[in-house]
Design a protein around this ligand. Structure first.
Ligand code: CU
Length: 411
């Protein structure tokens, strides 16, 4: 079977309702999207330089390095088209920065003077907006108002002092460029650690995409979305967040998509401690288990990871827990449209109106070898798609073992 044909079938195989296999069928379809590739191993981010403040880990997204020019931190950001994979083998053409989509994470400290040299390697006009930062109008990155557009092959230098702290982000101010992936974190740490201090700090960017079968370019005008990603990966390719039992954890959730996302964490309650406008003031009294991250919002949540286990963190919109949905194929189709897949139920299931609805597709092999998935039970991938990841609350021995595996893998 040629590659193109296989990809076409793969696309259908990955669709929501029909993404279901019995054990026998699983053996035929263990690589529905392509062979597993060597997992990408990112180094730990550098220390923040602030006592008691840990760096933010943005799984699957690298950090943007900087150089010092006197007292100024100088970052170089390159807006460019690139090809990424939402799942191993599922290639997508997006617009990101410095080889990454979302763009690399900018991390700095309150009070820093930063200079960001932005090069435009896109084939059209561009400018980056620094979302949430209260900076001079000339730095705001709005084309036609605060600056002239950066032409293709052009560059523009932004320089400002960070007077706030919190979870901010940069993104194109052109809506369709945003829908091609033009976003990245801009984290600003406080001068003094917020209390109670956290032991782990993570950042997750939620995005939605419309990509038709056999296409690699997202439809930026869509109102319906069939690929849903966290930090540029769809479940089960999202890298789990590993923490040690008893640690206090912060997760920064940013939504740059066309939908709001009710983000749900299993096994723990959490508190809202910050937004893209900064730290929540005063005592925080509202416990949450699901929090809405509205479009263009950041939501910082914190909790004590006191319940051991591998816990789901996911958007709770049903369509956002699926991969490669295609209308009019799958659950609404006839039994013989299932492309040879057999569902988990017995044959008499077809006598039941609405059957099939389950979404069982084992993809363990697709993402095997990543240190962060070490020790997960077989079939852990089978019901994990779209905007889903794991918070692994690990015993110290297992946590240390995974850290060692990461070190061996070159982090
Ligand atoms: Cu969602």
């Amino acid at each position: 079977m040629n590659r193109q044909r296989r990809n076409f079938l793969a696309g259908l195989a990955g669709l929501a309702g029909a993404a279901t296999v019995s054990r026998a069928a699983a053996q035929q379809h263990v690589h529905p999207l392509g062979p597993a590739t060597t997992p990408r191993v990112l180094p730990d981010p550098p220390p923040t330089g602030v006592a008691g403040v840990v760096p933010v880990v943005t799984p699957d997204v690298p950090h943007l390095p900087f150089e010092m020019d006197g007292q100024v931190k100088v970052f170089r950001l390159k807006a460019e088209p690139l090809t990424t994979e939402f799942l191993p083998g599922r290639k997508v053409d997006v617009w990101g920065f410095n080889g990454s989509m979302p763009g690399p994470t900018i991390e700095a400290n309150e009070g820093d003077r930063v200079r960001i040299i932005v090069e435009n390697h896109l084939p059209e006009l561009f400018a980056p907006h620094w979302h949430g930062l209260e900076i001079p109008i000339g730095m705001d990155g709005v084309l036609g108002i605060s600056q002239s557009p950066i032409p293709p092959h052009g560059s523009h230098t932004y320089e400002f002092t960070l007077a706030q702290n919190g979870t901010f982000f940069y993104h194109s101010h052109m809506p369709m460029q945003e829908m091609l992936g033009s976003i990245g974190f801009f984290i600003v740490h406080p001068k003094k650690a917020h209390e109670p201090r956290v032991d782990r700090d993570f950042g997750l960017i939620f995005q939605g995409w419309d990509i038709k079968p056999n296409n690699t370019v997202p439809n930026t005008l869509a109102m319906e979305f069939n690929w849903l990603t966290i930090n540029g990966k769809a479940g089960p390719a999202t890298t789990p967040l590993c923490v040690k039992r008893g640690e206090r954890v912060r997760i920064r959730i940013v939504n740059l998509s066309m939908d709001h996302h009710p983000v749900h964490l299993h096994g723990h309650h959490f508190f809202l401690t910050g937004t893209e406008a900064g730290r929540v003031r005063g005592p925080v009294v509202v416990p949450e288990n699901t929090i809405i991250a509205g479009v263009a919002q950041a939501r910082d949540i914190e909790f004590v990871a006191n319940n051991p286990g591998d816990w789901m963190l996911h958007c709770h919109l049903p369509h956002h827990m699926m991969n490669q949905m295609v209308s009019m194929v799958g659950p609404t189709g006839a039994a013989d449209t299932a492309m040879g897949h057999q569902h988990g139920g017995a044959a008499e299931g077809y006598k039941v109106k609405g059957y099939p609805q389950d979404m069982w597709m084992v993809m363990d092999d697709l993402v095997a070898g990543k240190p962060e998935v070490h020790g997960l039970p077989p079939t852990w991938t089978a019901a994990m798609m779209g905007m889903m990841t794991l918070v692994r609350v690990l015993e110290p021995e297992m946590f240390d073992h995974i850290q060692q595996l990461r070190a061996e893998a070159g982090r």
